[in-house]
Design a protein around this ligand. Structure first.
Ligand SMILES: NC(=O)c1ccc[n+]([C@@H]2O[C@H](COP(=O)([O-])OP(=O)(O)OC[C@H]3O[C@@H](n4cnc5c(N)ncnc54)[C@H](OP(=O)(O)O)[C@@H]3O)[C@@H](O)[C@H]2O)c1
Length: 295
């Protein structure tokens, strides 16, 4: 199976390239050569690669910056996703579109099912939801995969931020009332591959929206403490003491949902994909970083 993945240098795209191993081949398409805001460029990439399946992992993921540059977020997350979906539809190919728990308002107290009502609180979430709708309208052969708090060994994610702060701070305040689950890019990649393998088969009909999220559910504060505990154990380095604070004491340009827990029954039932344990993936990511840092 040959996969064409938009989002070349992103966390999920790189993890997908690493996950295919020798089983499949993958072409990563990214800027500046392949900008998904240009339909002709997207179409040309599909024609050149002749893939069996397309994955759109390209996105404008800077949640706070999107508040002040909403047109950029919309151009990539909405119009760009629509371009990829149109190209997939014209070529008759399945499309896997990666999306987010930020399509929800976080007011729920039990895990969100795929058909739960949406209500994004910020520009990023709204643009991703518009992208989902554009994908669904353009092609019936779509798998929209919502996930949350993606991390890997590099790439400007929360783990990076915490380890950066660990080098200079001995105390940190971290928000404790936003709850979801960190999900490793490698785990997202494994899930996407399994879904792609199944979806390219004859007679596959379970198109639509899926939730994929690790366990256990945790707050940013709990995640920070887990990062520091594992980092201290792996490297012996001193780590900051973490104090739990409420969101209202850490104002950000974008509002974020307090509850982003996703029900994952459907992806298990259809594809046999279980929620991974993020603590194991975190350990691998931190071990790789410790080795790279010579710690
Ligand atoms: N990160 C998270 O916490 C998180 C949580 C839930 C869902 N998601 C979703 O998961 C998917 C992958 O996220 P990620 O964490 O891998 O994101 P990421 O590391 O920020 O990577 C996004 C990639 O998209 C590319 N991109 C941006 N605009 C583009 C354009 N116009 N044309 C082509 N490529 C463009 C970026 O390229 P450049 O390098 O050129 O900027 C970057 O390589 C996205 O759909 C995101 O919404 C992410």
């Amino acid at each position: 199976m040959h996969l064409l993945v938009f989002g070349k240098s992103g966390q999920v795209a790189r993890a997908l390239a690493a996950a295919v191993g020798g089983r499949h081949s993958v072409a990563l398409a990214g800027r500046p050569q392949y900008d998904i805001t240009d339909f002709q460029v997207v179409k040309a990439a599909v024609a050149a690669e002749a893939p069996a399946v397309i994955v759109n992992a390209a996105a404008h993921t800077a949640v706070d910056r999107a508040e002040t540059a909403p047109e950029t977020a919309r151009a990539v997350n909405h119009a760009g996703a629509a371009n990829v979906a149109r190209a997939a539809a014209e070529a008759g190919l399945p499309l896997l579109q990666v999306s987010t728990d930020y399509v929800f308002d976080g007011a729920a107290r039990t895990p969100y099912a795929e058909d739960a009502g949406t209500g994004p609180l910020n520009v990023y979430g709204a643009s991703k939801l518009d992208g989902e709708r554009a994908v669904a309208a353009a092609t019936p052969k779509h798998l929209i995969v919502r996930t949350s708090w993606v991390f890997d060994a590099g790439g400007g994610n929360f783990v990076d931020t915490m380890l950066g702060l660990a080098a200079t701070r001995d105390r940190l305040n971290v928000v404790d009332d936003q709850r979801a689950a960190p999900t490793a890019a490698a785990a997202v990649a494994r899930a996407l591959l399994r879904m792609a393998e199944t979806a390219v088969g004859d007679g596959f009909a379970e198109w639509g929206v899926y939730h994929f999220q690790a366990r256990p559910v945790v707050s940013w504060c709990g995640f920070a403490r887990a990062i520091f505990a594992a980092w201290a154990e792996l490297t012996g380095a001193p780590v900051p003491e973490v104090t739990a604070i409420p969101t209202r004491d850490y104002p950000t340009p974008a509002r974020r949902p307090l509850y982003g827990v996703l029900a994952t029954d459907r992806i298990d039932r259809v594809f046999g994909i279980k929620p991974p344990d993020w603590r194991q993936d975190l350990r691998q990511v931190l071990t790789a970083r410790a080795v790279a840092a010579g710690a």
